[in-house]
Design a protein around this ligand. Structure first.
Ligand SMILES: Nc1ncnc2c1ncn2[C@@H]1O[C@H](COP(=O)(O)OP(=O)(O)OP(=O)(O)O)[C@@H](O)[C@H]1O
Length: 582
């Protein structure tokens, strides 16, 4: 856990973390020492030695003072570390994420990142502010007391050494169970809430298929029943376990008193010493129970810590020490490329092709044949397993990230728009572009049409993820970004869904414009795009089975002819379906 905390805080704060831990340990031990003075004070008082009691009391005051200083130091250092977490971890996480390869950003990883950025950082601050101190003092303070008791009378020391872990484990057992019960109640509550939301969202489907409220909605009813059962089990599971925790202290204490009384009766222990030592033993149980109760929380926090530390430990793809300059801007080459997302499951095999500057290449093939993977390798989402991907005349592994990205303008299907104005979303393509350049890019991509219908025109916020725009409109904004960026290579993942005529027209018009000034590599689905390409890469099962122009392939490749006719039929069917609806 300490190692994870050090990773999360970063090397700059490693010294502060060590200092905090040192003060924490000092505080816990000094607290035990201060309490331990109680024994000689009591012994002196019970034997009528007022001077001795005063001297011991002075010693106790000194220990209390030192414990206070240590407490203050560890609390202040703990809070400043918690503050470091709150103020810098998000920033460091942002910097770290920016260094990760694009292939890292799967939805599962993004989910983990989002959880770590919120719950994870909150948990880390809680560790410093609330969890670590009671657990460390709850273990070290009683341990110090046990050492003092053992030094005074080893037999009582032995008895304490036996029952202290017993109290700890009994409390830990009961708090773990209670924690689990509470988690089950929370989980059942969350599931029931999710089912209610699902029930509300599914209303159109449920009603369309005659599943009205009379018929009931089984998943929701099951979730409510599970929630009722979870709540019902709280009392029956919690109460007996609380009892066990409390009883363990009583049993342990009675055992200790019995041992002490036997020793006194046997004449081997002084009764005054026994009373004094029992006073110390009485101070052991509280911190132990507290430590046991908090240890569950600390364990939970540890899971979050581990996830957050694992995130920081994720490595980016190796960057060249001396980046190479580009030799042929705008050119793409694949040379015997082999690649798989998982070892032993190749997705691309022996893929070689070349795309010359200012030409248009279409990648076609069945679903899953590896078209998008080719685009991802050009953007260096991942490194290849074999062969070489060259952009601008250089292997992408020899280029630094900025140079590589400077060559590329991606227009992907899942366009992400920021919750900002339409203009700001296009300007992402080139932040220093003039207003005229933004307008020109927008005109070419057909965004001006969208502007006309938006209430605040260019200044209309497009909503989270571009929610105010349709899928086709979002892609037009993405194309405008690419036009504005004016990179030598445009990578376009054409929408698979049928576009309405307006979107279709604009995409085609922009493609023509882009082709005149950039290298265009398109994952093509529309027959018109395929026909317009200077070169078609025909993919099947991760291999390029043929390369050529549409006419050439149609004339010589029966498989291509079949593919083409299927695609054409599908397009025709889609158009007809639309006309029929109209
Ligand atoms: N992130 C990933 N992890 C593991 N396997 C993946 C991943 N992305 C794609 N694949 C697999 O790699 C193969 C090629 O996928 P790719 O997306 O490149 O195909 P595609 O030709 O673009 O398909 P489509 O036309 O349906 O988009 C598929 O079998 C797919 O399941």
């Amino acid at each position: 856990m300490i190692r994870d905390l050090a990773t999360i805080l970063g090397p700059r704060h490693a010294g502060a973390l060590r200092l905090y831990l040192a003060w924490l340990v000092a505080y816990a031990v000094l607290e035990g020492v201060a309490i331990a003075f109680l024994a000689p004070v009591l012994a002196a008082l019970l034997t009528g030695d007022g001077t001795g009691a005063s001297v011991w009391l002075l010693g106790m005051a000194g220990a209390v003072l030192m414990a206070c200083v240590a407490r203050y130091q560890q609390a202040m250092k703990g809070f400043s570390l918690a503050l470091v977490v709150l103020t810098t971890v998000h920033e460091r996480l942002g910097d770290h994420v920016a260094s990760l390869p694009l292939g890292w950003f799967s939805s599962e990883k993004i989910g983990r990142l989002s959880q770590s950025a919120t719950d994870g950082t909150t948990m880390v601050t809680n560790v410093f502010a609330h969890f670590l101190t009671p657990v460390v003092t709850g273990v070290l303070t009683p341990a110090t007391l046990a050492v003092v008791i053992a030094l005074t009378d080893w037999r009582l020391g032995l008895a304490v050494a036996v029952w202290a872990p017993f109290i700890y484990w009994a409390h830990r057992w009961s708090s773990t169970w209670i924690g689990r019960t509470e988690e089950a109640v929370d989980a059942a509550g969350a599931t029931a809430s999710a089912r209610v939301v699902e029930f509300a969202r599914a209303q159109p489907v449920l009603r369309a298929f005659g599943r009205t409220t009379d018929a009931g909605y089984q998943p929701l009813e099951d979730a409510i029943e599970a929630q009722r059962r979870a709540n019902g089990s709280v009392l029956s599971t919690t109460f007996p376990r609380l009892l066990v925790g409390g009883l363990s202290v009583q049993v342990a204490f009675v055992t200790l008193i019995s041992v002490g009384v036997l020793l006194v009766l046997g004449g081997t222990l002084d009764a005054v010493a026994l009373v004094a030592l029992l006073a110390l033993a009485a101070r052991l149980a509280g911190p132990l129970a507290e430590a046991a109760a908090r240890s569950g929380l600390l364990r939970m926090a540890n899971n979050d810590l581990r996830r957050l530390a694992a995130l920081f430990a994720e490595k980016g793809l190796p960057e060249p020490i001396q980046p190479a300059p580009l030799t042929e801007p705008g050119r793409i080459e694949f040379d015997q490329v082999a690649f798989g997302y998982r070892p032993g499951a190749p997705v691309l095999r022996d893929v070689s092709f070349r795309v010359d500057p200012r030409t248009m290449t279409a990648i076609i093939g069945d679903s899953g044949s590896g078209k998008t993977t080719i685009i991802r390798l050009i953007m260096r989402f991942f490194d290849v397993d074999g062969g070489s991907v060259r952009v601008g005349g250089r292997d992408v592994r020899e280029l630094d990230g900025t140079t590589l990205m400077g060559q590329l303008s991606p227009v992907m299907q899942d366009v992400y728009l920021f919750n900002d104005t339409l203009e700001a979303n296009i300007r992402v393509g080139r932040p220093d572009a003039t207003a005229e350049e933004v307008r020109e890019a927008a005109r070419l991509a057909g965004v001006e049409d969208i502007v006309a219908r938006l209430p605040e025109g260019w200044n209309t916020p497009v909503g989270e993820g571009g929610a105010l725009l349709s899928g086709g409109e979002r892609q037009r904004v993405s194309v405008a970004r690419a036009v504005l960026k004016n990179a030598p290579i445009v990578l376009l993942d054409e929408a698979t869904a049928a576009l309405d005529p307006a979107n279709e027209r604009f995409i085609e018009q922009t493609m023509r414009g882009l082709k005149a000034r950039s290298t265009l590599l398109v994952v093509a689905h529309r027959p018109r795009t395929i026909v317009a390409a200077d070169q078609i890469l025909f993919l099947r099962g991760g291999r390029i089975i043929d390369v050529g122009t549409h006419d050439g392939l149609l004339a010589r490749n029966a498989e291509y002819a079949r593919f083409w006719h299927d695609r054409h039929r599908a397009q025709g069917w889609r158009l007809m379906a639309k006309e029929e609806i109209a």
